[in-house]
Design a protein around this ligand. Structure first.
Ligand SMILES: [Zn+2]
Length: 278
């Protein structure tokens, strides 16, 4: 968004490595359902003026924060956890990583030291982006992707192959966009099997399975290998090809919902909606 919005010039960047979402946001079925339901507006109404949610169980909080945390723990998600703080953030944001990929030390540091407060004022904007499927401004306007000329930079897009929050389609589309609009530069895409979202960077095996791709990309940029010498024709052809993403397991919006999850979510939010708005 910084680059496409014109806030940062590509001339200051040697190469760009992005994990999962960057310019496109293609959510899994469950997070997408949460975005289409009024979970975010209701959460904001419950929060009131103070939009920063304290996550630590030991911290004294207002009744509004306690109510939201209580509801968050009930929201369905892919993985449950014994950690109270993790349960709250997963309910609001969705599971951001597969637990088996993250060490207990990292898990404890994340929940007890790193992310002890959740600023939620950006969530309405994030909801617009997720519903659009690509970055939009806070009014929902497509004011970023219309400026591909600002992305004159070599890119590497990395997705996790085991979907948990966004699908690999996210990096598939971003890679296509870059090959189409900046065909003279090197653009790579990698899907790392077994990883989900943030575990790509914080996983116990990340240094073996993810970081080598990033280091290789940086090394090529340092060596001046970020320009495609054979002209951009091949890149353009690849970008325009209508082939499906070979890594895609995304089966569409409706097919991944079990009716029980939909009914549970609807029932869960009905009394909250009534109590907040009536
Ligand atoms: Zn956890």
């Amino acid at each position: 968004m910084a680059l496409l919005g014109g806030h940062v010039s590509a001339t200051h960047i040697a190469s760009l490595s992005c994990t999962n979402s960057s310019m496109y946001f293609k959510l899994n079925a469950l997070p997408m359902l949460k975005m289409w339901l009024p979970v975010v507006p209701v959460s904001m109404a419950i929060l009131g003026k103070n939009k920063v949610l304290p996550l630590l169980k030991t911290e004294k909080t207002s009744w509004r924060h306690r109510l939201l945390k209580c509801i968050a723990r009930l929201i369905p998600r892919y993985e449950r956890c014994t950690c109270n703080e993790c349960e709250v953030i997963s309910g609001i944001f969705g599971n951001a990583f597969w637990h088996q990929n993250v060490s207990p030390t990292m898990h404890s540091w994340l929940n007890m030291q790193s992310s002890t407060r959740l600023p939620m004022s950006t969530f309405p904007h994030l909801r617009k982006i997720c519903k659009a499927g690509f970055i939009v401004d806070s009014n929902g306007n497509n004011s970023y992707l219309i400026h591909p000329e600002r992305m004159e930079v070599s890119t590497l897009y990395i997705s996790g192959g085991r979907n948990i929050l966004v699908t690999p389609e996210t990096s598939f589309l971003a890679n296509k966009y870059m090959k189409l609009h900046q065909p003279g530069l090197r653009h790579e895409r990698v899907v790392v099997e077994g990883f989900g979202h943030s575990d790509l960077l914080i996983g116990e095996e990340s240094h073996k399975k993810v970081f080598p791709h990033i280091l290789s990309h940086i090394r090529l940029a340092e060596q001046g290998e970020n320009v495609v010498m054979s002209s951009g024709k091949k890149c353009n052809e690849e970008a325009l090809a209508w082939a499906d993403d070979p890594y895609s397991e995304y089966r569409g919006f409706g097919s991944l919902f079990s009716p029980s999850i939909i009914i549970l979510l609807m029932l869960l939010w009905l009394p909250v909606l009534i109590s907040v708005f009536i």
